[in-house]
Design a protein around this ligand. Structure first.
Ligand code: UTP
Length: 626
């Protein structure tokens, strides 16, 4: 202790020799004797960076000393977790805040054009071939789920990945993701002559808001079948909030010794992966791809095999998954931007920036549909496939830092103060911004019904979405899974009755037959085709839950609910006519707090009136023909 005080005094006198640095904050000056040399350095840095307001209300030594030390612990943490430390953070903030105040467009000087990419049609030969290639490559891939977001728009009290992606099988998002990765691993390894034991690494980026509950969800479910060492959680840290245009750090309104913090955005995933050392481990193990995805898109894995096939075939360093986008639709567009000075990048341009950019450059009409009825700029769904080698090369240069932005909500048109504190943010999809022109950056467009149905909005906000636009709610997310599975079965030759329109929580949705299957049953379209034969039909009121791998639908006529469970080694043929009262969707109001939150957010509960449920636990062939 004595040595700390001694060395603190030494540092203090050294610092005084260099100037009267603490004079702008007499309160801090009074308290310097409490601080370690490192804390004094931090204090000096803060004053030099115009942060004397942080000490404005500090009392004299002897009062709340522990809180003062804790304040510096937080400062040290904020400083250490940001590349270049707080100095760099505050400098960048000042620059971006000045740009924002001046209304400067980050894309000034750039001209947009349509980049090259691959447009896929589900189920045709091309698609099937890409899926085959994708499955072959899957054993060389690592998956990264960004799951640190607050989910403020959804307003769910738990973590988003714990929500059921659909309520017929009650599989939660995380379970579905893990089972999809495991099914991909197995399918890919099977194609290797002599077999292969590779485990696909799975990284989950968490934050203080989600970390403990994500770990708890994994641990209480035996990692949903994954080897625990296969899963790595990387926790992102928050960044300091900014109170004004001068980049002054915001103090927590309830505690003057705490700097307010907020999430920095999913762009953190790149620096975290880089600093974790995992990328080099993967490269040394012969991996070739890193796939990034978000927390609540239950359709994504239907799009992954073909998209990875596109990456491998076209040798894309960066492949952004995309869906057709109506002009002006509120979803970012993927565009190639060419600067007057020759720089180019293929990047997501937010929809509110794309239209003015087009008007100012190539098209006075702005963002308009082309002859296909869609904007020529495909809609970014924020799922990226990166080739590992070039990714490591780039991160070695940047350390994983992603260009940031700031989005202050000003109190008035003078833009001189904020409604609430803001902070710097960064987005995962901005990674290609720093890539050299030689980088192969492309995209893969797929039908929206196959690839994209995230759960982001709470029922009240979803109900206000203008007609024709996606709700992106728990209701639409679940219905999208039934629709996709029904459409895939239809394409495979099953007669699936047309959907009916129903309203849940004020949202009108198409209700298709409730068909769900385990990823290992039908990872690709070829898998599904191989599992159905003869003349199969499913009525609209039906539910079909397939819980097993070797389950074959042969001349099945379903009008009711059918649940088939089987172990890996069983082979089950399911045919004949299954008829019962089935499972009925009953409306639930989102305001009805007597029902569980997961149920009321989707606006319906399943009343399991009657079903045929069969379980096959022995390793042999079975035939179900009621
Ligand atoms: P969203 O746009 O859905 O944001 O993030 P969000 O923060 O989860 O939800 P809102 O905006 O508060 O309603 C897209 C993906 O990025 C992750 C989310 O978990 C989601 O998978 N994310 C977002 C992070 O991992 N970290 C962040 O700081 C922000």
């Amino acid at each position: 202790m004595a040595s700390t005080v001694g060395s603190a005094a030494e540092s203090l006198s050294k610092l005084h020799i260099n100037g009267d640095w603490a004079s702008s904050s007499p309160n801090l000056l009074n308290n310097l004797s409490l601080l370690s040399p490192h804390q004094i350095e931090m204090a000096k840095m803060l004053l030099e960076m115009g942060q004397s307001h942080l000490f404005e209300h500090w009392p004299e030594p002897g009062i709340e000393d522990d809180e003062k030390r804790a304040f510096f612990d937080q400062v040290a943490k904020l400083d250490a977790s940001y590349p270049g430390g707080l100095v760099s953070y505050i400098k960048t903030a000042r620059k971006l805040l000045a740009d924002s105040k001046a209304g400067r467009n980050p894309f000034d000087g750039f001209t947009p054009s349509v980049p090259s990419g691959e447009s896929l049609t589900f189920g045709n030969d091309n698609f099937v071939q890409f899926e085959e290639t994708g499955i072959r490559e899957m054993k060389n891939a690592a998956f990264v789920l960004v799951a640190g977001g607050l989910g403020e728009r959804l307003g769910y009290n738990g973590i988003k990945v714990a929500l059921p992606q659909e309520s017929s099988s009650e599989t939660c998002f995380l379970q579905h993701f893990i089972e999809s990765i495991l099914a991909s691993q197995e399918a890919s390894c099977k194609l290797v002559e002599g077999g292969c034991q590779r485990q696909i690494p799975f990284v989950i980026m968490t934050s203080d808001d989600t970390h403990a509950r994500t770990l708890e969800l994994l641990e209480s479910n035996d990692y949903f079948g994954m080897t625990p060492t296969q899963v790595k959680l990387l926790k992102q840290e928050k960044v300091a909030c900014l109170a004004d245009n001068d980049g002054r750090l915001a103090v927590d309104p309830k505690n003057k010794y705490i700097i307010q913090t907020k999430p920095h955005g999913h762009g953190d995933v790149h620096s975290l992966l880089y600093s974790s050392g995992l990328l080099n481990i993967w490269r040394d193990a012969g991996m070739r791809w890193v796939l990034f995805f978000q927390d609540t898109n239950g359709l994504l894995f239907k799009a992954i095999p073909a998209s990875l096939g596109v990456s491998a075939t076209k040798q894309y360093h960066v492949n952004s998954l995309a869906v057709p986008r109506k002009a002006k639709e509120a979803i970012g567009g993927i565009a190639k931007l060419t600067h007057a000075d020759g720089r180019t990048m293929v990047i997501n341009v937010e929809y509110n920036q794309l239209d003015p950019l087009l008007r100012a450059t190539v098209n006075p009409d702005g963002d308009v549909n082309c002859e296909t009825g869609y904007s020529p700029f495909p809609g970014n769904i924020n799922q990226l496939i990166l080739e590992l080698g070039p990714y490591i090369e780039e991160l070695t240069k940047t350390g994983g830092a992603i260009e940031e932005f700031v989005n202050p909500k000003y109190t008035d048109a003078t833009k001189s103060s904020f409604k609430s504190s803001t902070r710097l943010e960064c987005m995962m999809q901005d990674y290609p911004k720093t890539l050299p022109p030689t980088a192969r950056v492309g995209f893969t467009v797929m039908d929206i019904w196959l690839a994209y149905a995230p759960v982001k909005n709470n029922p009240e906000d979803a109900a206000k979405v203008p007609k024709g636009n996606p709700y992106h709610s728990a209701t639409s997310g679940e219905m999208a899974i039934y629709r996709a599975n029904s459409l895939i079965l239809k394409k495979a030759g099953v007669k699936v009755e047309d959907p009916v329109l129903q309203v849940f929580n004020g949202q009108e949705v198409e209700v298709w037959s409730r068909v769900t299957w385990k990823p290992k049953w039908g990872l690709t379209f070829t898998d599904v085709k191989n599992k159905v034969s003869g003349s199969c039909s499913i009525s609209q009121k039906s539910t079909l839950v397939i819980n097993g791998r070797n389950i074959f639908l042969e001349d099945l006529s379903l009008d009711g609910a059918l649940v088939i469970n089987s172990i890996e080694e069983a082979e089950v043929k399911v045919g004949g006519s299954v008829q019962n009262k089935g499972w009925i969707l009953e409306n639930v109001d989102y305001k009805d707090t007597s029902v569980p939150e997961e149920v009321r957010t989707r606006g319906f509960r399943i009343n399991r009136v009657e079903q045929l449920e069969k379980t096959y636990n022995e390793p042999r062939k079975f035939c179900l023909k009621p």
